[in-house]
Write a protein of this length. Structure first.
Ligand code: PEP
Length: 253
C-alpha cells in the first residue's frame, strides 16, 4: 500500500520571514492529522532551507530542495550538492522540474546525474516528468514521458530506484489554472507504472509513488488522489497559502 504524499513547491517565492511563517502554518495545520497516513514536504528556495528545516523540526513535515547539483564538492560555482542539502535538513530533492527543463534548459542526461547524486547523498529524489501542450496535441505524451523516465532513471539499480518518487506534471497544467482531468492524469500514471514494471519489475512499480502536479487546488485534489495510480500531489501555487495547502493535505489523508 503506497502512503499518500503531498509536496509543496514554493518556487522562487517567500522571504526569510514569510518562509518560516508558511512552514509553521503547515506544521500547525497538519497537527490535527497526526497519526493519519500521509507524508508532507515543503520545498522552499535554497536560501531559506535551513530556517524552514528548523521551523518544522519538531513535526513530521519534511523539507525538500527544488534542485540539486550532481557534483560532490569543489569548483561548481553557485551549485549546491546533495550532501549540503542533507546537512541542511533536506529529505527530498526535486529533479527535472519542468521550469528547470524548459526555462533553464536542463537535459535528461543532466537530470539523470542529479537523480543519481541525490540518492548517493542520502536524499529522496522526486523526478518530474511531463509533456508540453504541443506534444500532447501531437499525440506524443507517452513518448515524452517514456523518454523522461528511461533517461532520468538510466543506470539506477532497482534498489536505488526504490528511493525515487515520480511526479507526472503535464507542462500545460503547471501554473496555468488548467488541470488534467482525473481520467487524463490516471491514464498517464497507469502508463508510467507500467513503464516502471517494464524497466524494473512489478513489485517495484507497485511501490513507487507517482504524484500528479499541475494546478492542484483544494477542490480538485481529492478527485485526483481518488484514482488508483495517483499517490499524491506536487503543488505549486496553492502551496503558498497555508489554508489551501492544508486542505490538500486533508484531502490526501
Ligand atoms: C509545480 O510547481 O510543480 C506545480 C505543479 O505548480 P502549480 O501547482 O502552480 O501548477
Amino acid at each position: 500500500m503506497r502512503k499518500p504524499f503531498v509536496a509543496g513547491n514554493w518556487k522562487m517565492n517567500t522571504d526569510s520571514r514569510s518562509s518560516v511563517e508558511l512552514a509553521k502554518g503547515v506544521v500547525d495545520g497538519s497537527v490535527k492529522l497526526a497519526g493519519r497516513d500521509v507524508d508532507v514536504a515543503v520545498c522552499p528556495p535554497f536560501v531559506y532551507l535551513q530556517a524552514v528545516a528548523r521551523a518544522v523540526s519538531s513535526s513530521s513535515v519534511a523539507v525538500g530542495a527544488q534542485d540539486v547539483y550532481y557534483g560532490v564538492k569543489g569548483a561548481f560555482t553557485g551549485e549546491i550538492s546533495a550532501s549540503m542539502l542533507k546537512d541542511t535538513g533536506c529529505t527530498y530533492a526535486l529533479c527535472g522540474h519542468s521550469e528547470r527543463r524548459h526555462v533553464i534548459g536542463e537535459t535528461d542526461e543532466l537530470i539523470n546525474k542529479k537523480v543519481a547524486a541525490a540518492i548517493g547523498g542520502g536524499l529522496l529524489p522526486i523526478l518530474c516528468v511531463g509533456e508540453l501542450q504541443s506534444e500532447r496535441e501531437a499525440g506524443q505524451t507517452e513518448e515524452v514521458v517514456t523518454r523522461h523516465i528511461k533517461k532520468g532513471l538510466a543506470g539506477l539499480s532497482a534498489e536505488k530506484a526504490s528511493a525515487v518518487t515520480v511526479a507526472y506534471e503535464p507542462v500545460w497544467a503547471i501554473g496555468t489554472g488548467l488541470t488534467a482531468t482525473p481520467e487524463q492524469a490516471q491514464e498517464a500514471h497507469e502508463f508510467i507504472r507500467g513503464l516502471l514494471a517494464e524497466i524494473y519489475d512489478g513489485r517495484l512499480a507497485d511501490e513507487i509513488r507517482i504524484l500528479y502536479g499541475g494546478s492542484v487546488k483544494a477542490d480538485n485534489a481529492a478527485d485526483l488522489m481518488g484514482r488508483a495510480d495517483i499517490d499524491g500531489v506536487l503543488v505549486g501555487g496553492a502551496s503558498l497559502k497555508v489554508d489551501d495547502f492544508v486542505a490538500i493535505i486533508e484531502a490526501a489523508a
